[in-house]
Ligand binder design. Structure first.
Ligand code: SF4
Length: 330
């Protein structure tokens, strides 16, 4: 049995249930890096190239956290998960495409990296091909791999269903793998807000200044784009003259557009990553769309390695005050 390390960062928040199930069905032990701390972030900043965005630096910190504890680091080269966009060219952002190389070149003393290429626009059997490559590397038979793959698909489907019931990924992961219980929903929320952005910016509580916890304390019900079905998202894609090239950027935009059309949503918060090229376009587009959709209140919060809870709290509290004032006045 090998120990497979999965960094708690980037695609972890969306695809972890699939890969955890797949590896465990193949009798491997899955070790996840610890939730982000100042030390993990500092390690990442030290290890990664200087001009990388904060999520990529943080990913390096999570790899460092795992390096001495595991036999392999699972760091796939995420290229695409669907054929979408103009001419079917949607991909992950270039940093994802080069991630295994960045990690390997920047860091010393790493265990072997499983850097399988995931390019699902190639066809419907591609995910099974990817799993076969990983399984063969671990010395597993075709039958074992296929069984693990099918089980992983089922668990991932259950995960998506939990998210669609307004659950956050970590809570859904707890329920799937640790007999966790669902947190009770706010019965009478004071406000309802959509928080959109990259999953690794929204759900990493440390890096975004604990914004979700803060909103919960303020009696705000939060929705994110990952609670929406593919059908709801793709409806928004059809309303745009053009989609973007990048998968996670498209999801943030489609999700925000969906929530801008919902009467029950009081405002939108976009969590954006400092030094992110794609986000400079996403943020401008969302600002324009928020104005077009009857001036729905819109707040962008950029996170970087210096983001502190106090700065985020001040901005979010001011935003909530403004929303309450607006509501009470109408
Ligand atoms: S989309 Fe932006 S934040 Fe995400 S990895 Fe790429 S550059 Fe970094």
């Amino acid at each position: 049995m090998s120990k497979i390390g999965i960094p708690r960062s980037l695609a972890y928040f969306i695809y972890f249930p699939f890969w955890k199930t797949f590896f465990e069905e193949l009798n491997q032990e899955v070790i996840v890096s610890s939730p982000t701390t100042r030390d993990i972030l500092d390690d990442g900043v030290r290890e990664a190239v200087n001009d990388a965005c904060i999520p990529i630096k943080l990913y390096h910190g999570h790899v460092a956290d795992l390096a001495s504890k595991v036999d392999y680091i699972f760091c796939p080269r995420l290229v695409s998960v669907r054929k979408h966009g103009d001419f079917g060219t949607e991909t992950f952002c270039p940093k994802f495409l080069g991630l295994p190389d960045m990690v390997r070149l920047a860091m010393d003393n790493l265990p072997p990296i499983i850097d399988v290429r995931v390019d699902l626009k190639q066809g419907k059997d591609e995910l099974l091909n990817v799993c076969s490559q990983v399984g063969e590397l671990l010395g597993k038979s075709e039958a074992e791999i296929k069984k693990a793959y099918q089980r992983a698909l089922l668990v991932q489907k259950r995960f998506k269903k939990l998210l669609s019931q307004n659950m956050m990924p970590e809570e859904a992961i707890e329920i799937l793998f640790a007999n966790g219980e669902r947190k009770p929903l706010l019965i009478q929320p004071d406000l309802q807000i959509a928080v959109v952005g990259y999953p690794y910016a929204i759900y990493d509580d440390y890096i975004n200044g604990r914004i979700l916890s803060l909103l919960e304390k303020e009696n705000v019900r939060v929705y994110t784009q990952d609670m929406l079905s593919d059908k709801m998202m793709n409806r928004q894609a059809r309303n745009l003259p053009k989609s973007m090239f990048w998968y996670f950027s498209n999801r943030a935009v489609y999700g925000a557009l969906h929530f801008m059309q919902q009467k029950n949503i009081d405002g939108i918060i976009h969590i954006t990553a400092f030094a992110c090229g794609p986000d400079s376009i996403v943020d401008r587009l969302l600002e324009i769309e928020a104005r077009r959709h009857g001036q729905i209140p819109y707040l962008a919060i950029a996170v970087d390695e210096h983001t502190g809870d106090a700065g985020v709290r001040t901005r979010v509290e001011a935003f909530l005050d403004m929303l309450r004032f607006r509501r009470d006045k109408s």
